[in-house]
Ligand binder design. Structure first.
Ligand code: SAH
Length: 363
């Protein structure tokens, strides 16, 4: 049994049942035993694969998006290029390779990573040696901010509420009856007392039928608003890519993934990746409250095609062997087709009010 499970069991025993959000935050981010603190979860040998790990085209196209957005805002001479949760640093390395072709951009930028995992930060350092690392967003330097977040928001804690006859009641995690000190076991339970106010839920969730479950991520909204404040103040743009839904709605999406298989969310905390689908409407609402323009979300397939993934694949194939050409085609397919990542994954862009619509989002 994991050290973290025992730690959580002790916490629950001493302080009572904990909200799902607290359980999720500990499972992923406990400073010593959290899921991300102890491993590199990415790739075939890990628990899941992400778009930048599928193909270099993903990061390269995002690099060109940053370049276009930078030029559209008058090519400011000093910018902060930041990434939240950069994984292995693959996206940024690919983006920088594409950026090099853009006159004046490379010398203008400083690279900043927001990352809490020491294991992943060490890998990032190999791939992007000249970055500066932060474990919080607020220590990023001031200045025009160009920010990327791919599969970051799905890892932020969510709160869950279930609608009873009395109202929306929060879901907590407690110990099962047969839980022991050596073999702690957890299960969810609904608090019998409803929230005093439904303000925490989005309008699209509040009227769901009795028995519905709704998820909200105040941590995600806070990030979106902080990013927006920076961009409103200094200029720049943000590109948020993740799996999720365009409109706030009820429904349970919290899931646990281990070795590319779904497992029980409440079993073995710290050993499986816990994620929830991102509520893009909630992110856009929070960002607008922070003072910026929000574009989208649009589907990842639509976005990548608009940025020219088809042409990029053709170019790469001109110097490729038959096997490599097949891999390039299959990567393009995985990233863009509706049956794979093309539709479930969505893209939201934030820009200062009055700035031109960013590439891929023009109507
Ligand atoms: N963007 C990468 C990795 C996605 S996995 C890719 O697309 O491949 C999620 C990333 O977010 C990991 O790097 C993880 O360590 C980081 N992370 C998760 N929660 C975080 C938090 N609260 N603050 C900073 N980084 C976090």
């Amino acid at each position: 049994m994991s050290v973290l499970a025992k730690h959580i069991a002790r916490l629950i025993k001493e302080t009572g049942p904990m909200p799902v959000s607290h359980f999720m935050a500990l499972a992923l981010g406990h400073p010593k035993h959290g899921y991300y603190m102890t491993r590199d979860p990415l790739g075939a040998a890990g628990d899941f694969t992400t778009a930048p790990e599928i193909s270099q085209m993903f990061g390269e196209l995002i690099g060109l998006w940053i370049a276009e957005t930078w030029i559209a805002q008058g090519s400011p001479s000093k910018i902060v290029l930041a990434e939240l949760g950069p994984g292995r640093g693959t996206l940024m390395a690919d983006a920088l390779r594409a950026l090099r072709a853009v006159p004046g951009l490379l010398p203008a930028l400083e690279i900043h990573f927001v990352e809490t995992s020491p294991v992943l930060a060490a890998i990032q350092k190999q791939n992007v040696p000249n970055a500066t690392w932060h474990d919080r967003f607020d220590t990023l330097p001031e200045g025009p901010l160009y920010l990327i977040a791919n599969e970051f928001f799905d890892a932020l804690p969510i709160r869950q509420f279930v609608r009873s006859k009395q109202g929306w009641c929060e879901r907590y995690v407690m110990l099962t009856e047969d839980s022991t000190e050596d073999e702690p076991r957890f299960e969810p339970a609904i608090m019998p007392v409803p929230q005093a106010s439904n303000d925490i839920l989005a309008a699209g969730q509040r009227n769901a039928p009795i028995g519905s479950l709704a998820e909200v991520s105040p941590a995600s909204a806070a990030f979106a608003e902080d990013i927006a404040h920076r961009i409103a103040r200094h200029g720049g743009a943000a590109l948020i890519i993740d799996y999720g839904h365009a409109k706030s709605a009820a429904g349970e999406t919290l899931q646990a993934l281990r070795a590319h298989e779904f497992v029980n969310v409440f079993e073995n905390p710290g050993e499986a990746d816990l994620t929830a689908h991102v509520d893009f409407e909630a992110l856009a609402v929070a960002a607008k409250a922070g003072g910026v323009e929000a574009y989208g979300p649009i589907e990842q397939g639509t976005f990548l095609r608009a940025l020219g993934i088809g042409e990029r694949a053709e170019r790469l194939k001109t110097n490729a062997t038959t096997d490599q050409a097949r891999d390039i085609d299959s990567a393009e397919q995985r990233l863009t087709s509706r049956e794979e990542m093309g539709s479930l994954f969505k893209v939201l862009a934030l820009t200062p009010k009055g700035a031109p619509a960013p590439a891929g989002f023009e109507v």
